[in-house]
Design a protein around this ligand. Structure first.
Ligand SMILES: *[C@@H]1O[C@H](CO)[C@@H](O)[C@H](O)[C@H]1NC(C)=O
Ligand SMILES: *[C@@H]1O[C@H](CO)[C@@H](O)[C@H](O)[C@H]1NC(C)=O
Length: 332
């Protein structure tokens, strides 16, 4: 999200220099010789707020994944497809989150290499879009979903603008402050689509659709008062219990996402912002509205930790690399 490309970059640069002694091509050849037709599962990445599909940070990250898992196919989602770098950066702040989600579905469905299923990795805000794909589209299906610092239960305060701030970010923040739960903000500002103010939950349930429905909370608020809605789970689509694994990574020093524990489906208590309600106490988990509990019970939920600040992947041999080795590139 607020990317720390220098951190990703430093990891990549050091890793790339460490593999120069063993050329990647040699590794690929012997790999194919031994394993025959078995290929690492493809990977789709959805970048974070303010970043672009092929920024230097993301490109280097992808190169590093390819050196760890020779032969892997990697696609980085670009919104809008074919847009300029400015269009892409702007789309992280401005736009209709659901439309961006559907655009991602189309983009993924159009890529032949992904037809047999793939692993999905979302950086911060990008992790919500990946979950949107898994819950509403999922054709071809996501197998392992890995999210880094993704506010799965929303944010209670805006993400701070980067230093120096970009105009897109400043304008989006100003518009958001003017009225986050207005129909305008909800359909035009991406962060508004996952802004879940625990002190204004009735308004949130009334007007929000994106993260409310991703978490099966439709019907808790106004809506149409349909009795069926009160059961929860309505609107959450396919749910996520069909994933092989869901790896949700929290950054232990995260001061960007509020609360940071949202990366693990925790929220502030509705009554008291000094209290955090853990995932297992959330009605959404207890009632299994999106299949999170089912997935957990079958051993498919991994709540992982990275030690640093938001999106600090930890350099060579660090947390980002560990996740790539553990959860990506499985041969099949
Ligand atoms: C879901 O909500 C819609 C309208 O919002 C309603 O018509 C439908 O019956 C609900 N379905 C369930 C399973 O609750
Ligand atoms: C919030 O919770 C904390 C910790 O339990 C408690 O000390 C504090 O008094 C609570 N505040 C309110 C307003 O209830």
């Amino acid at each position: 999200m607020i990317p720390a490309p220098h951190l990703i970059l430093s990891w990549i640069l050091s890793t790339i220099s460490s593999v120069t002694s063993a050329p990647a091509s040699a590794v690929t050849d012997s790999d194919q010789l031994v394993l025959g037709t078995k290929q690492p599962r493809p990977l789709v990445i959805w970048h974070g707020l303010g970043d672009t599909a092929l920024s230097s940070g993301i490109s280097s990250f992808v190169e590093d994944i390819k050196s760890i898992h020779p032969g892997i196919f990697v696609h980085s989602i670009q919104i809008p497809q074919g847009g300029s770098l400015d269009d892409e950066r702007r789309a992280g702040f401005w736009g209709n989150a659901e439309e961006q989600g559907w655009a991602g579905c189309e983009q993924i469905a159009s890529i032949p290499e992904l037809k047999g299923g793939f692993d999905a990795m979302g950086f911060s805000q990008g992790g919500l879009f990946m979950r949107f794909y898994a819950q509403y589209c999922n054709d071809p299906p996501v197998r392992n979903l890995i999210t880094f610092g993704t506010p799965h239960f929303g944010i209670s305060a805006l993400i701070p603008c980067p230093t120096p701030p970009t105009l897109s970010c400043l304008l989006a923040a100003r518009a958001a402050r003017a009225g986050i739960y207005t129909p305008y903000a909800q359909s035009h500002i991406v962060q508004a689509a996952y802004f879940r103010d625990t002190e204004r939950l009735d308004e949130f349930w009334d007007v929000n659709t994106f993260i409310r429905d991703l978490n099966g909370e439709k019907g808790l608020g106004g809506d149409d008062g349909d009795e069926d809605d009160e059961k929860g789970r309505n609107g959450s689509g396919l749910g996520i219990e069909g994933l092989d694994n869901f790896v949700a990574v929290i950054f232990d020093q995260d001061r960007t996402v509020s609360p940071a524990q949202s990366s693990h489906f925790a929220t502030y208590s509705p009554l008291n912002k000094t209290v955090i309600v853990p995932m297992t106490d959330q009605p959404m988990y207890i009632g299994d509205w999106i299949g999170l509990k089912s997935l957990d019970e079958k051993g498919g939920l991994a709540l992982e930790h990275c030690p640093g600040e938001h999106m600090d992947l930890g350099g060579e041999g660090g947390c980002g690399e560990r996740m790539v080795r553990d959860w990506v590139g499985w041969k099949e």
